[in-house]
Write a protein that binds this ligand. Structure first.
Ligand SMILES: [Zn+2]
Length: 143
């Protein structure tokens, strides 16, 4: 998890600096537009400054939206893979992770071979549902 957090942190630092500079510049334009207006309401200079200030603010606002859309958090999906410890039994099932699940936890009888208390949790893992679908190790090996 820490691996995908690092590059994001670096990107957001650059963005923060850019947004900070943009804020200062737009604030400068808006302040000087205000003073320009009080000094000479008929003049056109303050209008240009106000326009620039608002344009930069608008750009920051849009930029913010764009970044937020890009750095959408990955919603990891956790699953448990069940297997049967009975020799020769190929039973394998992937189901959503349930609270209290742990690797090697016994889950009772096998629905395939009927083995007594042979069903157990073989694997617990998380995947990104947008990129990969869970695959049983059996299918992955034979494919
Ligand atoms: Zn079985």
């Amino acid at each position: 998890m820490s691996e995908e957090k690092r590059p994001q942190a670096r990107v957001s630092r650059v963005i923060l600096i850019l947004i900070g500079i943009g804020m200062v510049v737009s604030l400068y334009f808006i302040v000087s537009a205000t003073t320009g207006y009080f000094q000479n309401p008929q003049g056109s200079q303050w209008q240009t400054q106000l326009l620039f200030g608002l344009l930069i603010l608008g750009a920051i606002w849009l930029f913010n939206f764009w970044i937020r859309g890009r750095s959408k958090k990955i919603e990891w999906h956790t699953v448990s893979q069940l297997k049967c410890e009975q020799e020769g039994c190929e039973y394998s099932e992937i189901r959503d992770f349930k609270e209290g699940d742990y690797v090697y936890k016994k889950l009772g009888n096998c629905p395939l071979c009927g083995g007594q208390d042979t069903l157990y949790i073989d694997l617990i893992y998380a995947y990104n549902p947008l990129e990969v679908k869970p695959q049983s190790t059996e299918t992955a090996q034979s494919a």
